[in-house]
Design a protein around this ligand. Sequence first.
Ligand code: NAG
Ligand code: NAG
Ligand code: ZN
Length: 433
Amino acid sequence: MKASVLLSLAALSSTGLACLLPEERDGTMMHRVVRRQGQSGTPIGTGDRFSGGSVVPRGLGSQTGVTFSTILNPTEIVSGLKALSNTYGITTFTTPYKTYNGATIYGAQVGGTGSGTGAYKVFFNGNIHARERGSADNVLYFIADLLYANKNNVGLTYGSKTYTAAQVKTALAAGIVFIPLSNPDGVAYDQSTGSCWRKNRRPNSGGSYGVDLNRNFDFVWDFTKKFASSVAGSTASTSPSSETYHGTAAFSEPETKSIKWVFDTYAKVRWFIDLHSYTGDVLYSWGSDDNQSKYPYMNFLNSTYDSVRGILTDTPGSGKGYGEYVPAAEGTANAAAAQRLASGLTAGGGKTYGYYQASDLYPTSGASDDYAYSRHFADPSKNLVHAYTVEFGFGSSGSCPFYPSVANYNENIRATNAGFFEFLLAATELGLE
Ligand SMILES: *[C@@H]1O[C@H](CO)[C@@H](O)[C@H](O)[C@H]1NC(C)=O
Ligand SMILES: *[C@@H]1O[C@H](CO)[C@@H](O)[C@H](O)[C@H]1NC(C)=O
Ligand SMILES: [Zn+2]
């Protein structure tokens, strides 16, 4: 099973072994990439194309014959958000946690039916990993398109996908909360140095910088205890200089605290996407081990299984075999929306995206998607959240494979935006409550 998944990824990959592994899991491999070779790929925008909020962003789905030639810088992401608020009256927010370098994390809510934070059922998070260029842009431009199309009563087109004006209204009615740029320090650093930077910019003991934010969430965070010793070291790292350093404690970082704050504040969120690049796939829960729906007590909360968690070749039910519990109906919905998401990504960008259970590739700890899905198991008073990692794009051949060419940057916008649209429709059909 695992081998066939890896083979199908290999078939999609044109740039070699590094692309076999989702960037989430390639920390050790990426150490071997030679850094600081200067910028490559799509240039970063200089100045502020949205003039502090007076020029409104518009995406690629609402216009034809347009190519974006530069990536948004952090100033532009904030001013673009302000412009959406100025133009369409959407409500923006800032989270209560400043980053190490003093940046504010901005978000907004759009659409929804009813009032209050409970009206928002879908959460999009962008650019938690700094070097995954275009992640924030994909989110911002998608929201800009939805708002433009809604206001003007028109549809949207991404690649071979066309959505009607009525579908735009259906998608918006789901209610969306989003943070386009969840790692502003990391992105500012990556954009100014071209150093293929992944983490945030916290100074660590020992002189290195950065925590891998997507290993810092409170889901089997303490991987040295929670996983079989044979696999623990590939789920994250305790070494501060590592690309997958998980920090000094779960939720030690203002960026991850901010994302938790969104889930706590928008307590009716039912569907979540954390947007990463690259490998051209959609990952659904769990990332800790294979799923199983037979043994409810066999789950991440049960320390009986700490010594065997993460071994993918064992069979649950046979002695100490372990699989992470998914109630059957939730598992069906998890996979169904992943399939829809992948179909949108494929149609929007024109390249085939796969969808897999996250652990099929490598077990992970402390990831945002697993944390989001785990909340209702850890505390039954919390809402069920179906959670996904999207890995957009297929890598590039420059000094940092996460830096897309202009053609790929535009293709990624179309792919993710059709994926997001399909996800909103799937969520609406599968259930927002
Ligand atoms: C944990 O798993 C063990 C072994 O199957 C089981 O006996 C125990 O009841 C489980 N604990 C909880 C709290 O479910
Ligand atoms: C578990 O994951 C597999 C794919 O790895 C999927 O086919 C199956 O539907 C999932 N089952 C549940 C209960 O989530
Ligand atoms: Zn990532």
